[in-house]
Design a protein around this ligand. Structure first.
Ligand code: AMP
Ligand code: GLY
Length: 418
C-alpha cells in the first residue's frame, strides 16, 4: 500500500516509524514531515492544513490510505474531503473531531450522556461570565471554546485572575474567535492520566495509559508547553480505575457520538483526572497526543497499519492488539526559550550515539540541510527508550540524550517522576 501521513512533528515521526515496520506498507509519504521523518518516509512539501492541496496530491499520486494526525486538518474536514475523493482516510470527520475543536460541544455531550466531568457553564456574554465567576469563587478554570494551541486554559487561583483571563479571551480576543465563547468550570484536583483509544465508530480499544509533563521547567514550574516529555504506562492507572473508565467514560463517549450521528473513527484522547470522587474527563482530543504517542507506539507490538485499517473498516473488534511489558519514556529536548521565543537553524550532534545507546530519537522540530540535521522548532527531539521498568526506561532515555547537543538546548531533568 502507498500510505500518506499528514503532519510533521514528533508524533508523526513515531507514527511513520511504526508504519514503516508494517509489511502492508510498500511506500510511505509524510506531508510536510521533518528532518527525521525523511529517514523513514518521503516528505512532501504540503502544509498539514492545506486540505485541497493534500487531497489533490493524494489523488494524483494514487495513495491507498491517508492518516491525518493533527487537530487542525481534522477540524477543517480533511478526512471528509479525502473520503469524498474516494481515498480511505484515518481520523474523525469534522463532525466528530468537534469533540476537540469545541469545548462547549464536548461539555454538553458529557452532560447529556452523564459522562463524569467538572461542573461548568458556557458563556457568550462577558458580563454574565464575570458575574458567574464572582458567584462561584476561586479556584476556578476558564477555557476558550475553540482550538488555541493548548494555551486556552487558565486554572485561576483567584477571582481576579479568572476575570482577567475571561476579559482577555472575550474582549481582547487573545485567541481570536476561539475565545468568543468561554467555558467556566469547577477546579478539580487529583493525578492526571491520559488514555488514547483506537475507535472504529462502534468499538473502542484503549492503548496503554500515559502521562505527559506540560510545564517548561522542573517541578512543574514555568509556562505551559505542548509537552516536555511523557511516559507509559501510568502507575496511577490501576486495573480497577481502567475498568471504571471503560464503563463510565470510554464506552459511553463512543456510544454518545454514534447516537448523535457523529460516529468517531480514529483516536480519542481522554485527558482524565483521578479525583477522590472517581475519574473525570478534563478534555477530549480527537487525535494522538504529542509527546505521548512516542512512548506508546514504542510499546506497541501489533502492526499499526492493520489497526488503522480496522478502524476505517469498522472491524476493530477483530484485531488482537498486543503491547510490550515494561515501560517507555520520552524525553523532549527543546530549544532554549521555548515556549515563549526561540531560534532555530542550529546544527544537532550526537544523534547516532544516542541511537547506539538503545533509544529511538523522534524528531519534532528539525530539518535536513546539506546532510546536516538542524533545529527548526520549539520542541526539537523526543529521545524515547523502552525498559523493563519505568525507572529503567527513564534512565535509558536520559543516558541516550547525554551525547546529543545543540545550541541553547533545554530539557527537564524530572521526566517520569510522578
Ligand atoms: P485542557 O487543555 O482542557 O487539557 O487543560 C489543560 C490543563 O489544565 C489540564 O491538563 C489540567 O492540568 C488543567 N485543567 C483543565 N481543566 C481543569 C479543571 N476543571 N480542574 C483542574 N485543572 C484543570
Ligand atoms: N500532550 C498533550 C496533547 O497532545 O494534547
Amino acid at each position: 500500500m502507498k500510505v500518506l501521513v499528514v503532519g510533521g512533528g514528533g508524533r508523526e515521526h513515531a507514527i511513520c516509524w511504526k508504519l514503516a515496520q508494517s509489511p502492508k506498507v510498500t511506500k510511505l509519504y509524510c506531508a510536510p514531515g521533518n528532518g527525521g521523518i525523511a529517514q523513514v518516509a518521503q516528505c512532501v512539501p504540503i502544509k498539514a492544513t492545506d486540505v485541497d492541496g493534500m487531497v489533490k496530491w493524494a489523488r494524483e499520486n494514487a495513495m491507498d490510505f491517508v492518516m491525518v494526525a493533527p487537530d487542525d486538518p481534522l477540524a477543517l474536514g480533511m478526512v471528509d474531503a479525502l473520503e469524498a475523493a474516494g481515498i480511505p482516510a484515518f481520523g474523525p470527520r469534522a463532525n466528530a473531531a468537534i469533540i476537540e475543536a469545541s469545548k462547549a460541544f464536548s461539555k454538553e455531550l458529557m452532560k447529556k450522556y452523564h459522562i463524569p466531568t467538572a461542573k461548568y457553564e458556557t458563556f457568550t456574554d462577558l458580563d454574565s461570565a464575570l458575574t458567574y465567576i464572582r458567584e462561584q469563587g476561586a479556584p476556578i478554570v476558564v477555557k476558550a471554546d475553540g482550538l488555541a494551541l493548548g494555551k486556552g486554559v487558565v486554572v485561576a487561583s483567584t477571582v481576579e485572575e479568572a476575570q482577567t483571563a475571561t476579559r482577555e479571551m472575550m474582549e481582547d480576543k487573545k485567541f481570536g474567535e476561539s475565545g468568543s465563547t468561554v467555558v467556566i468550570e469547577e477546579c478539580m484536583t487529583g493525578p492526571e492520566v491520559t488514555v488514547l483509544a483506537f475507535c472504529d465508530g462502534e468499538h473502542l480499544v484503549p492503548m496503554l495509559s500515559s502521562q505527559d509533563h506540560k510545564r517548561a521547567f522542573d517541578g512543574n514550574q514555568g509556562p505551559n508547553t505542548g509537552g516536555m516529555g511523557a511516559f507509559c504506562p501510568s502507575p496511577n492507572y490501576t486495573p480497577e480505575i481502567a475498568e471504571l473508565c471503560m464503563r463510565e467514560i470510554f464506552l459511553p463517549t463512543v456510544a454518545a457520538l454514534k447516537a448523535e450521528g457523529r460516529p468517531f473513527k480514529g483516536i480519542i484522547y481522554f485527558g482524565l483526572m483521578l479525583t477522590k470522587d472517581g475519574p473525570r474527563v478534563v478534555e477530549y482530543n480527537a487525535r494522538f497526543g504529542d509527546p505521548e504517542t512516542q512512548p506508546i507506539l514504542s510499546m506497541l507490538d501489533t502492526d499499526l497499519m492493520e489497526i488503522f485499517q480496522a478502524c476505517v473498516d469498522g472491524t476493530l473488534d477483530q484485531v488482537d492488539i498486543q503491547w510490550k511489558s515494561g515501560a517507555a519514556c520520552c524525553l523532549v529536548l527543546a530549544s532554549g526559550g521555548y515556549p515563549i521565543s526561540y531560534k532555530g537553524g542550529y546544527p544537532i550532534s550526537g544523534l547516532e550515539e544516542a541511537e547506539k545507546l538503545g533509544a529511538t530519537v523522534f524528531h519534532a522540530g528539525t530539518k535536513a540541510e546539506n546532510g546536516q540535521i538542524l533545529t527548526a522548532g520549539g520542541r526539537v527531539l523526543g529521545v524515547t527508550a523502552v525498559g523493563s521498568s519505568l525507572e529503567g526506561a527513564i534512565r535509558k532515555a536520559y543516558a541516550a540524550a547525554a551525547p546529543i547537543s545543540f545550541q541553547d538546548m533545554h530539557f527537564r531533568t524530572d521526566i517520569g517522576k510522578v
